[in-house]
Write a protein that binds this ligand. Sequence first.
Ligand code: GLN
Length: 399
Amino acid sequence: MNPPANTPVFPSRLPNVGTTVFTVMSALATEHHAINLGQGFPDFPCDRKLIASVNDAMLGDRNQYPPMIGISELRHGIAQKIKNLYGHEYDADSEITITAGGTQGILTSILACVGPGDEVIIIEPAYDSYRPSIELAGGKIIAVSLEARRNERGQVASYEIPWDQLANAIHSKTRLIIINTPHNPTGMVWQKADLDRLAQLVKNSPALILSDEVYEHMVYDGAYHHSVASHPELAARSFLISSFGKTYHVTGWKVGYVAAPAALTKEFRKVHQFNVFTVNTPMQYGLANYLSDPSHYLNLPAFYQTKRDLFRIGLSKTQFALLPTPGTYFQCVDYSALNIPQAKLNEAEFCKWLTTTVGVAAIPVSAFYEKPTESGVIRFCFAKQEQTLSTALQRLQNL
Ligand code: GLN
């Protein structure tokens, strides 16, 4: 132990923030040798071709600072992909910036446009980085909640966008509205009519939009992802966030991007350059090369749908009630009707018990709300090898 030192006491910028639930549950899973279906990351390797591309870049001496906004090849590749999939033409030089993962893109977008007292609307359950990012900017959080529809047994059957609450929350002080589709944790996917409705709501307001679309390539049953980039009115006021970590099974690389109209990107880059300045060079070259083959993301829905279906079929033999999973690599279940005493535990306690005693880690959906909100719903991640999912299912089927 160091001797007592006179470290000055100062007011915390984030007094209510602890360690994120994903880190906490992963640590608990490791400690108890549980199968980790908590934190969202694949347990299978990425494509060797992608690694070879990065390796080539490193050996080719692409190891010094890249341009602050990201390398041209990658930005142009992203612009092309967005144009092909969603129809919007972003200018690769003035409207696309490479970030250190989606989370940095989110924080930097918020710092770039939200000032003290500005209102930011979030829709809970919401990804856990949104709130602290807004707080750091001095913004005022206006939280509305997805509406949980329940079945005749009282279990959560689906979540709906709370249009009336949203409409009431939007006014002249609204600086930013954060949306997330496909949605973490519920798997809900916005439809075209939803984007139309949002566009109608913001039409006469100064509100910008931050659209977190990091699960854009995980939409199932032949359905489409509806990006703000497919909606010209929304695209004109949106920061669009995506992540290569999710798409190419490399969550540890922390590379993503933000596409936004030039006026927004200009402000974004002012913050970005003093936040991370830029993102590591060889990864960018490797990703640019890999991105030139669209099959690497076009195959993703089929790839993950197989896992989703396998997991859902296995779960249907348990007492959990399954929520629909039209998108993401998360499966939510309602445990409230389980015929065991633990069904009465709150979500965090239930997940702890499931991890330490049953040997399967999950994430409590309550962690995505600020106010204590117990719905009896937990989230499993199915971005896992078949063997991992099968072993987890055996354990869950014994409950
Ligand atoms: N996005 C991942 C999830 O929801 C976690 C990322 C993280 O741990 N920060 O599980």
